[in-house]
Design a protein around this ligand. Sequence first.
Ligand code: PHE
Length: 467
Amino acid sequence: MPYCSPFGAFIHHVTHFSMDLTNRDSFGSKFGVIAAAAGSAIGLGNIWRFPYVLGANGGGAFLLIYLIFVVVIGIPVMMSEFVIGRSAQRNPYGAFRILAPGRPWYLVGIMGVAAAFMILAFYAAVAGWTMEYLYQSVVNGFSGKSAEEMSTMFDTFRSGSARPVIWFLVFMVMTSCIVMAGIQKGIEKYTKVLMPVLLLLLIALSIRSLTLPGAGEGLVFLFKPDFSKITGKVVLEALGQAFFSLSIGMGTLITYGSYIQKKERLGNTAVSVSLTDTFIAVLAGVAIFPAVFAFSIDPASGEDLVFKTLPVIFQQMPGGYFFSLIFFLLLAVAALTSTISVLEVVVANFTEEFQFGRRKATVLAALAISVLGIFASGSWSWFKELDIFGFSVFELLDHTSANYMLPLGGFFIVVFVGWFMGKPKVSGELSSNGMFPVRYYPLFLFIVRFIAPIAIALVFLNSLGLF
Ligand code: PHE
């Protein structure tokens, strides 16, 4: 791996797992499982996407619907993914082929691979923006800039021809190196330490943001539901954001579920991961919206919201230079623990289905995704004119994957667990073969059979304006 060498020491240090299907690894401890799954779940989805989608969809009412979806649909889908993965001991595509031989369920796995392609292409582009902002933090590039200048700075960067694409490619190389070495689970060690630090920084940011003059308006926007704002689109985007943020619906957590030891409780793990992820998203909202209103930024401005708001807050903090430096560093790490979980979905499929070696699978996947990603990150420069049904490439990838593909995948995952997998297998998996009581089982079954699939279907129909 010659081009991975700057990263080599880091990789070597954390390498002690191999990704061999015949000799599967498992996460070392309860906290390790949560750390790895939370590493996948917590990322730009919480800190970048959640505030921007909430801002564009009217605030408090969106939050309320989002929270309901996390509990009623998100947690059951996550448990179902764990159940499928741990029971089959395979990647998503292989899991469906083992659990439902000769049936078309493996198509859900294929859709997951397609979603992984699309998500990684735009996600790594945004991760590239955080790299630029990490760089700007190092060189003190935000110093003395007003909210307006900060906004121009971001627009100039993003519409520039080379920089966004170069940072995107840098991020793809970092992700590929880790996945190629097969050490994504070694990362759990870093996640365990770094994610709590990210949490502390978010708390510090929130405090600064909440004490800005005019902060109250931001809290009202975030927490006070205005029910007149609810439309089919708002509900659909809340569902999409819940799936995206929890890393569910495309098989990432089927893959991770296959590494969970038999003695772990899947239900508790899913609940802990989901609640942690949701807490961090809400905290990001508390850090961002008071500042958005205090600095008169448009909450509905879109994917640039966080990048235009955060540096302004840092400017107003004592020690802002260091806060900003550490924050963007940790945000990049949080993004990395998510991108590796996305790329792994593709690589696991390539290695199993086409018998490619891990290296070849990773290089091919990363190259193909990079082509798509160049279009995504060039959506404000080279490919500005490219218009697909009124969307830029970036928007198309973002909206289609999160709002349609993940919920559709989730629909089939719960239907599979609820109706096709068989009760003994499902309850055996949830109870670790009778080791733990699963008093919630009847409720779980009711949700995966009826509530979750019907709710997803209704959201789709509603967004199409069908009722
Ligand atoms: N959940 C991740 C985040 O919030 C993104 C992600 C989506 C990861 C889908 C894996 C699968 O940043």
